[in-house]
Design a protein around this ligand. Structure first.
Ligand SMILES: [Zn+2]
Ligand SMILES: [Zn+2]
Length: 251
């Protein structure tokens, strides 16, 4: 029995030793290839060329549209969102999807830095005027298990880069059921009443433009509900910036 218990610890120890000599950030965060040095955002050149960057975003939700499409996507023409604008860096697909899953579920916290750099680039491209940064909150019980809120780490990094305050304006009060397989309407109903404004910041939100950060934009139901809560408490505008956007379905 003793030996069995020892094995995982030994593995952990080996990994730690390997991390000292071969730090993870010397490898491409998407394909694990060794980096030569000088790469942008810990991403190798072949990945940089092939990653699914969103080139033709919907002007409302930021999802990838076909080259010949303009304006808003079909999803946005059907739903009313409370946020003013949403943008993402990547389609939630392939290597991007894997890296984000590692970031969320495999404790790869260090990915927050290169990930927030990618968001920062897109933020600069769109040049939206924001006063305060916030993030999609996680239920305290879930955060205790994971040890961190992946959206918060991204928002804090962006706060450091922009010199704007990053404040926990929102709180998740209900865990809700898992949303993975739900449609927009089901999600909208699922998230209603799940969040509340953190009243400690009631004087810092009046007539302010808010930048809301998350890792993945799925149907927009969560971002919309949070934007509604922020606007009910006096926010003037809400801009949603995420690392990835689930691919829009062609209808
Ligand atoms: Zn790579
Ligand atoms: Zn759209």
């Amino acid at each position: 029995m003793k030996d069995k218990r020892k094995t995982p610890n030994l593995e952990k120890f080996k990994t730690k030793i390997l991390d000292v000599f071969f730090p993870r950030h010397n490898k491409c965060i998407f394909c694990d290839e060794e980096l030569g040095g000088g790469e942008i955002n810990d991403c190798c050149l072949p990945c940089l060329r092939t990653l699914p960057f969103i080139k033709n975003p919907c002007s409302r939700c930021g999802g990838s549209m076909r080259e010949d499409e303009t304006g808003v996507c079909l999803n946005c023409s059907r739903h009313n969102f409370y946020f003013d604008l949403a943008k993402s860096v990547f389609d939630y697909d392939g290597a991007v999807r894997l890296a984000i899953q590692n970031y969320k579920y495999n404790a790869m916290k260090f990915l927050s830095e290169p990930f927030s750099n990618f968001i920062w680039q897109v933020l600069k491209d769109w040049n939206v005027p924001y006063d305060v940064i916030t993030f999609v909150p996680m239920h305290p019980k879930k955060q205790k298990i994971r040890g961190y809120n992946q959206a918060e780490l991204l928002a804090l990094d962006i706060g450091n880069k922009s010199n704007k305050p990053c404040l926990p304006l929102l709180e998740k009060v209900e865990e809700g059921t898992t949303q993975t397989a739900l449609s927009f309407e089901e999600r909208r109903q699922n998230v209603q009443g799940s969040f509340r404004f953190n009243n400690a910041y009631k004087n810092q939100i009046k007539s302010k433009s808010i930048l809301l950060i998350d890792d993945v934009f799925t149907t927009g139901a969560t971002s919309s509900e949070l934007s509604k809560v922020l606007k009910e408490h006096g926010a003037k505008q809400v801009f949603v910036f995420t690392l990835a956007h689930t691919k829009l379905k062609s209808h």
